[in-house]
Design a protein around this ligand. Structure first.
Ligand code: CZF
Ligand code: MG
Length: 201
């Protein structure tokens, strides 16, 4: 039997990354994109963890099965932590990656190189019916570039210089991004728990 996990996301970039990240465990990924006309789950929390928990528990209750959710975003020091939990909607409700980047570059226009520090953060929530939800997180340190570099990835990747890679996130192959990203670090922190769960079945 093929193992599978449901992820409470409608973000195609995340879905693609999770597909690759889970494939090495032989686990197939399903998302909200596979359910026709599923309404958005409202993110009413004040932290990444709260929002991840809301998305995972809402869908888990609805489907009565185990659900994983990712709430993530970009934290820019000079902007007091913005866009943070509002990263997807930074430039407006339509979640336009290009408009978000334009707004960020504009806000950071006068900021000198040494003050452009930032990080991606990812909270993962694993909701299991009848059990306490499990929360883990990961981050990835970097700087905000002054213009776009690279075509891979999604979101703010073209303007995020990943310190450990020495390149923009969008210049990395998906394999390279998956070695250093906030999302992959969070998932590694969930690995022992997932192993237990999937081996039980
Ligand atoms: O360049 C990026 N590389 C990444 O690896 C990344 N991870 C997150 N983000 C940004 O943060 C928002 C998440 O917000 P978010 O967690 O609410 O997700 P979302 O609303 O897009 O989808 P859903 O999972 O809620 O359905 C995203 O839209 C992006 O703007 C990233 N940007
Ligand atoms: Mg969202």
């Amino acid at each position: 039997m093929m193992k599978k996990v449901m992820i409470a996301t409608k973000n195609r970039g995340k879905a693609a990354e999770f597909e690759t990240l889970f494939s090495k465990y032989g686990i197939k990924v399903h998302t909200l994109l596979d359910i026709e006309d599923h309404p958005d789950i409202e993110e009413t929390g004040n932290t990444f963890e709260e929002n991840a928990r809301i998305k995972a528990e809402t869908l888990s209750k609805e489907l009565n099965e185990m659900v994983l959710a990712d709430d993530s975003g970009l934290i820019v020091d000079e902007l007091g932590g913005a866009p943070g939990i509002y990263s997807a909607r930074y430039a407006g409700e339509d979640k336009d990656d290009e408009a978000n980047i334009d707004k960020l570059l504009h806000e950071m226009k006068e900021v000198p190189e040494n003050k452009r520090t930032a990080r991606f953060y990812c909270a993962l929530a694993l909701a299991i019916p009848g059990e306490e939800t499990i929360l883990v997180s990961g981050k990835c340190e970097g700087k905000i570039l002054t213009e776009r570099h690279g075509l891979n990835g999604f979101g703010y990747d073209p303007v995020f210089y990943a310190t450990t890679a020495g390149k923009s996130m969008a210049e990395l192959t998906s394999k390279e991004k998956n070695q250093i990203s906030h999302r992959s670090e969070a998932l590694r922190n969930l690995e022992p728990i997932m192993k237990n769960l999937f081996n039980k079945k």
